[in-house]
Design a protein around this ligand. Structure first.
Ligand code: PLP
Length: 422
């Protein structure tokens, strides 16, 4: 279709046609280049295909084209709130009362009372002074470093931080230091080196999504104190369920008063719709409203999305029963899988990577798990280091004990069949 249109324009041969023909040649060249790049991705075995779900997000799914009753172990729906009836009702009410969307950025005519209420609720939940909403946590991470840090400052980042932190840091002009993953000796060495700068910011994921491991925040905060640095954490895989009241990694490790800035998402445990935020000192939030580009130049969060997140926070602040239930299920899965002979990376986190080593083994086992009605995903290089392929299992509060046991049984069968277990 595209090629035919280009050929017709070229044949017309007018002045305008000639210039169109030139752009047509560029388009054809682009197409060839893209096709070759796509072929390389396929050839490298790193092609990501998307399975189409024909039902709501939840512990049990129906896949488009037939597969029903699939038990889902690969969503970030940690608390099972994505399809919680009260969350859905809150979205519908917000949609009816406040409309589909704002058709505006926040500072022109895009701020409604629900946005202010949600920001207040988030700050209250994290026990911080203020909060600012973004369309995603990716945006929150893209916006913060550039707004906060100048060439006089320094940022020290864990080498395995999420891509959005890495990209956010790339956008800022501060001096950049990368320390080895969770390596406190290396962080200390880098902090010493960074003493010459005006301000130092240590940036880390609270919980790392590929390994289910938790940043040593106590030690990080001690070093930050010793070398006069600030601490930033990305809590996407912690908010809502880590710590006695689900406040996150800082609560779990007893350093809520030592972490200065938190970025997190509304698109995982907190209802799963979309959205992200920064919470921290009021002057920082005020500055982000003035300077943060993804906030200033992007549409306001839709009311239905705000309604979901707001209700999810209400449910969490009413009781920690959901978070506790997820923790118990995580424990059940981890201990049964370990007893069956598997190695599960991380500790006490609902991200449970079943370590297999070989990329082919991870991929074949994940396929075979789906044949047994268990939806899990294999990860291999370059998403994880070479030789560290794994199947990542994510536990949700809405999995039943029976779901967990079926998953362990399927792993045991499939593991024996493919030689991952004796
Ligand atoms: N940070 C981390 C650690 C994440 O895992 C993700 C999402 O995968 C993000 C940031 C981005 O969050 P969002 O989906 O809200 O853009």
């Amino acid at each position: 279709m595209w090629r035919a249109a280009v050929a017709v324009r070229t044949l017309r041969g007018s002045g305008a046609g000639a210039s169109r023909a030139a752009s047509g040649a560029a388009a054809a060249q682009l197409r060839r280049r893209l096709e070759s790049e796509l072929e390389d991705i396929r050839g490298a075995g790193t092609w990501k295909s998307e399975r189409v779900i024909a039902s709501r997000q939840g512990p049990h799914l129906r896949l488009a084209g037939g597969g029903a009753g699939i038990i889902n172990f690969c969503a970030n729906n940690y608390l099972g709130l994505s399809s919680h009836p009260e969350v859905i009702r809150a979205a519908v009410e917000a949609l009816e009362k406040f409309g589909a969307g704002l058709s505006s950025v926040r500072f022109i005519c895009g701020t409604q009372s629900i946005h202010k209420d949600l920001e207040e609720k988030i700050a209250h939940f994290h026990q911080r002074e203020d909060a600012i909403l973004y369309a995603s946590c990716f945006d929150a991470n893209a916006g913060i470093f550039e707004a906060l840090l100048t060439p006089e400052d320094a940022v020290l980042s864990d080498e395995l931080n999420h891509a959005s932190i890495i990209d956010g840091i790339r956008l800022c002009k501060a001096n950049k230091y990368r320390y080895k993953h969770m390596d406190m000796q290396d962080l200390e060495a880098k902090l010493k080196e960074a003493q010459k700068h005006r301000l130092r910011l240590v940036a880390t994921d609270g919980a790392f999504s590929m390994d289910g491991d938790i940043a040593p925040l106590r030690e990080i905060c001690q070093l930050a104190q010793k070398y006069d640095a600030l601490v930033f954490i990305d809590e996407c895989h912690a908010t809502g369920f880590l710590g006695p009241n689900g406040r996150g990694t800082d609560e779990l490790l007893g350093v809520m008063d030592k972490v200065t800035i938190i970025n997190s998402t509304l698109g995982k445990a907190l209802g799963g719709a979309a959205g992200g935020y920064t919470t921290g000192p009021k002057p920082l939030i005020d500055l982000l409203r003035q300077r943060s580009r993804p906030y200033l130049f992007s549409n306001s969060l839709p009311p239905a999305v705000v309604g979901c997140a707001s209700k999810a926070l209400d449910l969490l602040m009413e009781s920690n029963a959901i978070a506790q239930s997820m923790a118990a299920k995580t424990q059940r899965f981890r201990s049964k899988m370990t007893a069956a002979g598997f190695t599960i990376s991380g500790k006490d986190h609902p991200i449970c990577p079943v370590m297999l080593g070989d990329a082919q083994l991870a991929s074949v086992m994940a396929e075979d798990m789906l044949n047994r009605g268990i939806y899990v995903i294999g990860f291999s290089y370059p998403v994880v280091p070479k030789g560290k392929a794994r199947i990542r299992v994510q536990i949700s509060a809405v999995h039943s004990d029976e779901d967990i046991d079926r998953c362990v049984e399927a792993f045991t069968e499939v593991g024996r069949k493919h030689g991952a277990l004796p």
